[in-house]
Design a protein around this ligand. Structure first.
Ligand SMILES: Cc1cc2nc3c(=O)[nH]c(=O)nc-3n(C[C@H](O)[C@H](O)[C@H](O)COP(=O)(O)OP(=O)(O)OC[C@H]3O[C@@H](n4cnc5c(N)ncnc54)[C@H](O)[C@@H]3O)c2cc1C
Length: 385
């Protein structure tokens, strides 16, 4: 078997691996991206696709590095979506160009506005009632509506835009428990190895005895889904705690039906919790704040999933930036948010200190790997409530 010297091997084709892979390939690096399941699998396809501006975190009292660091991200994504710069996302789609913060009547509206203005500048403004989007009026909501300059992206199209131009270099790993052994078995010798395999990263780091000083955390969610959604809605519905009652995004299922995907407070519970808890929290929240939304005939589903990230040193919240734990030429990475994928790849580039070889190894001797399916197309739906 011919020995193959490549520049970089990346393990895990979620957003972190895909973004770095696409960028490095365009720069002329010889890169192999290995995936154990399907391209875009894991948290990436489960995400709501929100490119956060930091407003949600500012609202939660986190007027800190997180809100500041993340506020630079929407511009980077928009540049990529125009097909300009290091990444070409011109074939990816927006689900919505912006979204709204719904602050129910009597809920600290003035305070929120002050906080968000201080944290993030003027890209946030209250929408006068006669300019409210029709769907918000139709929901029966009463209170203040704040415009948020946060795009919501169609994640399957983002995944394809990143992967498709270089799909021949994305291959299946059949021994995910031993990526290094897989590379050795196929006589592939990368100069740099990047782990972007979420929860698997820490296992790999531990096996390689690279875990000194490494701390990670998992934060569980039980995401809700309902269909048919009456209309597209993209909103953080604020309540009395620091988490929104619900973060609602809208997605199209394969059968063309609209799905509301529900994160935020309604989803903040153990993965093992009864699905009923999510339905009930949603019904209760909607009855209180969006009373004209009729949930009588909808179907429901849930998705149990962990957010996996570096451990925040301070308060168990998510870290302020992506986490990279490097030992020599091996780098273990967690973006913290999908939104942070551009910043993660910037930081990786600083770390790897390697000139692109300009080579393009033919990896067709390895198995190809398919795109993943969305949670709503994989879900088991029920009418019971
Ligand atoms: C429900 C939910 C909603 C979210 N919504 C948002 C949002 O709206 N906006 C936002 O900015 N962030 C959001 N996030 C956070 C964001 O999704 C994650 O931070 C991000 O997707 C993590 O990307 P990743 O590539 O590190 O991991 P993942 O997306 O989990 O990808 C890891 C990949 O590695 C593969 N893999 C695992 N083990 C191996 C192995 N041994 N070998 C090879 N491959 C392997 C997996 O199959 C998978 O494809 C959300 C997270 C969740 C859970």
């Amino acid at each position: 078997m011919a020995q193959r010297n490549v520049d970089i091997a990346i393990i895990g084709a979620g957003i972190a691996g895909l973004w770095a892979f696409h960028r490095f390939k365009r720069m002329g690096y010889d890169v192999l991206l290995l995936e154990s399941d399907s391209i875009g699998n894991g948290q990436t396809i489960a995400s709501q696709g929100i490119i956060h501006s930091g407003l949600k975190y500012a609202f939660a009292g986190k007027i800190n590095d997180l809100a500041q660091n993340i506020s630079a991200m929407p511009d980077l994504w928009r540049t990529a979506l125009r097909g300009e710069g290091d990444i070409d996302l011109s074939s990816a789609r927006y689900n919505a160009e912006s979204q709204h913060l719904l602050i129910p009547k009597g809920f600290m509206g003035g305070l929120v506005k002050l906080v968000t203005k201080q944290a993030l500048g003027n890209n946030v403004h209250e929408v006068p009632k006669d300019e409210w989007p029709q769907e918000i009026t139709d929901s029966g909501f009463k209170g203040s509506v704040v415009f948020m300059d946060e795009p919501v992206l169609d994640i399957p199209s983002v995944i394809r835009a990143l992967a498709e131009p270089f799909k021949g270099s994305i291959r299946k790993i059949d021994t995910p428990e031993d990526p290094i052994g897989f590379l050795e078995r196929h006589e592939i010798y990368p100069q740099q190895i990047i782990f972007t395999s979420a929860a698997s990263n820490a296992i790999q780091a531990s096996q390689a005895q690279h875990n000194n000083g490494l701390e990670t955390q998992k934060r569980p969610l039980l995401m809700g889904m309902l269909k048919p959604a009456p209309y597209p809605l993209y909103a953080h519905l604020v309540g009395s705690s620091d988490k929104p009652v619900a973060t609602i995004t809208t997605h199209k299922a394969e059968d063309g039906e609209l799905v509301w995907y529900l994160g935020g407070g309604v989803a903040e519970r153990a993965k093992e919790a009864a699905p009923q808890e999510v339905y009930e929290a949603t019904r209760k929240g909607f009855a209180k704040y969006l009373p004209d939304v009729d949930l009588a005939a909808v179907e429901w589903a849930v998705l149990p999933i962990d957010r996996v990230e570096g451990k925040s040193k301070t308060d168990g919240w998510m870290p302020d930036t992506p986490t990279i734990h490097s030992v020599g030429n091996v780098h273990y990475c967690w973006p913290t948010k999908l939104t942070f994928a551009p910043l993660l790849s910037d930081r990786l580039l600083e770390k790897i200190d390697l000139e692109p070889s300009g080579n393009e190894t033919d990896f067709s001797f390895l198995q190809p790997v398919e795109y993943t399916k969305t949670p709503w197309d994989k879900a088991t739906w029920t009418k019971d409530s």
